[in-house]
Ligand binder design. Sequence first.
Ligand code: FES
Length: 179
Amino acid sequence: MPQVIINDELMEAMEGEMVLDIARRHGAHIGFACDGRGFCQTCECRVLQGAEELCPPNHIEQRVFNPEALEHGYRLACQAAVCGSGTAQVLTRAEELRRLAAMVVAPPAGTTAGYNLGRVLRSMGVLVAERAMRVPAVLPMILPQLRAMPPHFPGIKNYVNDTKRVLQRTLKDKPNIPT
Ligand code: FES
């Protein structure tokens, strides 16, 4: 059975399953503002290992990410399906930011809160700039994606429940602070 390590936690997966669905099922720290329609980018993640265990980036990811970002393993978890039977490892952008923010609150040895705050602000700045540059590519996808996946009541209910589960776990988990 394939497996995916999301934010350092090993999770069972099914072939063909989207990384976002695996993360939501386990309450992993990830965003999914557009509910998997491929345009909000809050599910962005980086594949650290086992990229070959995921299907290649689809047309949506190829519009959202430039070739360099794809080369560095950036994916949309809602578009990245499990294709292999091995283990892939991903770190979500949401968790990456959470870990950086945790280093401001409790600076690891050899760093200061001020230095780490600078890193957080730089990361946020990069994120905002990246998102702004992607707007022209993403805007034309919104209507077709809403037509392809119209909102429906059970989906909204799952969305609310999954959001609660992710929030509860994220607030409960101790921050994983690299030393
Ligand atoms: S959940 Fe919105 S782009 Fe993936």
